[in-house]
Design a protein around this ligand. Structure first.
Ligand code: FE2
Ligand code: FE2
Length: 438
């Protein structure tokens, strides 16, 4: 027997799927929040000075990109998540506001004292609101993300509290409350009298140089002069150079990929309309570079290097930040990374003479990661060019960008004098001594 139906007694499509659509709507917001975190928290990386803090931020950004991708994948299985990837304007304006403090540590406090706790609370709300069996696939994801967010809070706690951010935290809390919380479902509290959105008064701008905290700085760690810089270009490829010297030089090289961390981090906020997958792959790229830098940061002290004698090179950030984002990305992937393979291959072969399994492992993973980065470059450079309104063929654009880099370097390069006198600075000749070859 077929049950009689009538238009009045049949539940509407919305009513029938309401339970799914309610949860899909929450997942959609969580996806948008995670992708906004990736877009904006990356601005903290070059504004804070401690390498360990930069590394931690890169890791959190990468994990957030992962959360966003899993949410998008699960969300698309649910009726009501939507097919696009756009972020609602209220959420976007909240995260755009969060980058505004001139002091990177104040901005850091806003992200980790206001926005990240709100995200954790939102994930907990999801878990309490959904059905444990019906929505099990989402539940498993959200349980994992809650554990990640709780760990992020623990990991960041020691880095907070270095500056008084009370006023900014209150400001951001007002902005969040005026939006009705991340989900926008709380009563919207009016903004206090005198509240002004910083982001509507001025655009965000990258600092002209990146922060390296207590560490000494210079323009470049590469030269031909063993009395000036730690990496002597000709020694790297000279078969007569002792392998122990090459190992120390390549660890310096790896540690200085911190410059790639800093300038790659500038591209996210400059490409607000990027497809999410572009930011996802750049977040991976960023995290890879932060691990490569850690290879040097962790290994050099074991080989006798006092990190306070190693100057950090600022030239690449200082030059690239003067160029538009698609030119930054082109120089990184098509010039620096694509051009590094032959020298790195020679270096790897020499280091293998030392039977240093850890060094071989680090260099092998570095090489594998770099191959992926060049692939990312081929995949995403045309997209970033389109986003930046550049219609040129890629090859022509890359050639022109290389020439432009040379011109910009004449103005903005080589402007950071050695912070340390030659006798206190790590140089090629000091590396000979540390390696025990003189
Ligand atoms: Fe790298
Ligand atoms: Fe790379």
């Amino acid at each position: 027997m077929v049950a009689p139906t009538s238009p009045t007694s049949a539940p509407s499509a919305t009513g029938r799927m309401a339970a799914v659509q309610d949860m899909a709507r929450l997942q959609r917001v969580l996806f948008e929040v995670e992708r906004e975190f990736v877009r904006t928290a990356t601005t903290l990386i070059y504004r804070v000075g401690e390498p360990e803090l930069k590394y931690l931020l890169c890791q959190h950004v990468w994990e957030s990109a992962g959360h966003a991708r899993f949410l998008r994948e699960r969300g698309r299985e649910l009726s009501g998540f939507g097919t696009g990837e756009s972020v609602r304007p209220e959420l976007r304006s909240l995260f755009t506001e969060a980058v505004m403090p001139a002091d990177g540590y104040v901005a850091l406090a806003g992200f980790y004292r206001v926005l990240k706790p709100a995200l954790l609370a939102a994930y907990r709300h999801y878990l309490s609101a959904t059905h444990h069996l019906a929505d099990w696939p989402s539940r498993k994801l959200v349980e994992e993300f809650i554990a990640d967010e709780e760990r992020h809070a623990r990991e960041m706690e020691p880095c907070l509290g270095t500056v008084d951010a009370t006023a900014w935290i209150a400001h951001l809390r007002h902005a969040l409350a005026a939006h009705g919380g991340l989900f926008g479902d709380q009563p919207r509290s009016p903004l206090p009298t005198g509240f002004a959105w910083e982001s509507s008064g001025r655009p965000y701008a990258h600092p002209a140089t990146c922060n390296r905290g207590k560490y000494p700085t210079c323009s470049s760690v590469f030269s031909q002069d063993p009395d000036e810089t730690p990496i002597v270009r000709s020694w790297l490829v000279d078969p007569k150079t002792d392998a122990r010297v090459i190992r120390l030089m390549v660890y310096v090289w790896l540690m200085m990929e911190l410059d790639a961390v800093d300038y790659l981090a500038t591209i996210f906020i400059d490409t607000p309309d990027a497809p999410f997958d572009l930011h996802h792959d750049m977040a991976r790229h960023l995290w890879d570079e932060s691990r490569h830098s850690q290879f040097g940061y962790r290994q050099l002290p074991k080989l006798g290097v006092d990190l306070m004698t190693l100057e950090h090179s600022l030239d690449l950030y200082n030059i690239l930040v003067q160029m538009p984002p698609h030119e930054r990305y082109a120089m990184m992937t098509m010039e620096f990374e694509a051009g590094s393979f032959p020298t790195k291959a020679l270096v790897m072969d020499r280091v293998r003479e030392l039977n240093d399994f850890e060094a071989d492992t680090l260099l092998a993973f570095d090489r594998n990661d770099e191959q992926n980065h060049v692939r990312y470059g081929h995949r995403w450079l045309p997209e970033i060019m389109t986003l930046c309104g550049d219609p040129r063929p890629v090859e022509e654009f890359v050639k022109a960008t290389q020439a432009r880099f040379t011109e910009v370097a004449k103005v903005h390069g080589n402007r950071t004098p050695h912070a340390l006198p030659p006798e206190r600075r790590l140089t090629g000749n000091k590396i000979l001594q540390l390696a025990g070859v003189v």
